[in-house]
Design a protein. Structure first.
Length: 341
């Protein structure tokens, strides 16, 4: 893997902590990682690298520091002048995922198991071939597909509809990108290629670029199907994750919106008050209609506005001298950050 990829998530002006970047990319959610991810404008990249290895990532960040592409600052790492040049070079030469925010709204693992199966089976169906080996498909994907397939009344139309959908979707991309996407799939008389084989055929694409492009377009195709009124929409609906909040956080947020106090919620849910506060901080990060004034009083606002101005990320809690609890301070930071954006 080209470790210069991680330079994309650093800035030459804003110090950033590599641990936050790793946690955001890997969807390792803590209130701290979500808050700083918001401040770094990286929350769109949640869950884009779910298999990210912590030790390998940290080693690669150290390599970037040794190469002087990243340099230490009081609150994190910043891109050096050379690092900025390397980042721009990577952006020009490599494929960058264009719709990262979709990865937190789809069960990608199940979708990338299912999609090649859909393409292959319908391709073979169009040639009335019922004797073939399914290529690279899990039992889970086969069961899921079978359950959907049994609901289809007019199966003879599936190939025509799928072809129309693919043509319409791929019309938004370059011919080369469309070809890279499609060459992975097996069909009647065709065996899909591997990322390594595609990279050999297209030297300006690395194996990593090929995989990134395929993941990007596969996820975009899932959401394209969600918007289209076709039988294939039902394949994606069960894999669509519409809620950004974790299950436990969502329960707390719903109770909060029912005007229950934090103490009442903690007692009913048998959770610590600190946990309830963490749930509400997460809710404030993801919800644009969060009711800050239910938790921050007019007197609190007067103190906070008197103590802080400018960019919220630069504020220090110590400036308050414990006049207001940290929970309210963080809520105020989130609220002001969103208003500035």
């Amino acid at each position: 893997m080209n470790e210069k990829k991680w330079l994309l998530f650093f800035s030459n002006t804003q110090p950033r902590r590599s641990a936050v970047i790793r946690q955001v990319l890997g969807n390792k959610r803590t209130v701290s990682s979500l808050y700083w991810g918001m401040q770094y404008h990286l929350l769109d990249w949640l869950n884009v690298e779910p298999e990210l290895n912590e030790k390998q990532f940290d080693l690669q960040i150290n390599n970037l520091r040794k190469a002087k592409y990243l340099v230490a600052a009081p609150k994190g790492l910043v891109l050096s002048e050379t690092g900025t040049i390397q980042k721009e070079s990577y952006q020009k030469k490599n494929y960058i995922i264009t719709e990262p925010s979709l990865f937190q709204h789809i069960n990608e693992r199940q979708w990338i198991e299912l999609l090649p199966l859909v393409i292959q089976v319908i391709s073979e169906l169009s040639y009335h071939n019922h004797h073939y080996y399914v290529v690279g498909s899990s039992i889970r994907a086969q069961f899921f597909f079978k359950s959907w397939y049994q609901t289809i009344v007019n199966k003879d139309e599936l190939a025509k509809v799928l072809k129309q959908l693919l043509n319409c979707f791929l019309a938004h991309f370059s011919q080369e990108e469309a070809n890279v996407f499609m060459v992975f799939f097996s069909g009647h008389g065709i065996i899909g290629k591997t990322a390594e084989q595609v990279a050999v055929l297209l030297p300006h694409f690395s194996r990593e670029d090929v995989i990134s492009l395929w993941r990007d377009l596969s996820t975009q195709f899932a959401f394209f199907l969600l918007k289209e009124d076709s039988v294939f929409r039902q394949l994606v609906i069960p894999l669509n994750i519409t809620e950004k909040l974790s299950k436990s956080t969502l329960i707390t947020y719903q109770m909060f919106n029912e005007n229950q106090s934090l103490e009442q919620i903690a007692k009913k849910r048998n959770l610590k008050l600190s946990t309830i506060k963490e749930h509400l901080l997460e809710s404030a990060i993801f919800r644009d209609d969060f009711a800050y004034s239910r938790l921050i009083t007019a007197n609190d606002y007067a103190i906070l506005k008197g103590a802080f101005s400018g960019v919220a990320i630069d504020w220090s809690y110590e400036q308050l001298d414990n006049r207001i609890e940290f929970f309210k301070f963080r809520l105020f930071q989130i609220e002001r950050s969103k208003k500035i954006e």
